[in-house]
Design a binder for this molecule. Sequence first.
Ligand SMILES: [Zn+2]
Length: 167
Amino acid sequence: MSGGSFNYPCHTWDLGDINGKRGDLEEMASELACLGYAQDAARETEELLVMLRQWEVRATVRLERLREVWKAVEWWRSCDYSEDQVREALAEYRSGDTHTPETGMAKPDVGPTRDQLMAAVARVRARHTRVAVTDECYECSKKDGPDYSTAWPCPTIAALDGVGEGS
Ligand SMILES: [Zn+2]
């Protein structure tokens, strides 16, 4: 085999770069799994991929929540917005959130919006991801000891049945 088949993820130290090389990491995980004597390294490579996917979903949800506040502050600082518009953006940001940052408790008088429900589905999906090497659910299989495994799709993913997929 010639060098560079996996685009050198071994030379990547920056997390932004490694996030862009997930396809190469998938191939590396498969290669390790095929060796037959590197299952631990294959599994940990897969776990790293799962962590990157989970991080992406969580970061995207927060990014969407914060984007307008960031924009208002930036526009205000470059004198295109007034400070009142920053306050308005903050009020909007807070009104779209049923969870108070301090306690994480749901406010009793506010129902979740469709976006919040979809975000919740996305968070569940981010936890229950397929481990390609073993074709099992990462979340369900890690709970009950090393020999326990839940085949993909697990009951949780089956229950969601297409809701929020790919969004
Ligand atoms: Zn699961």
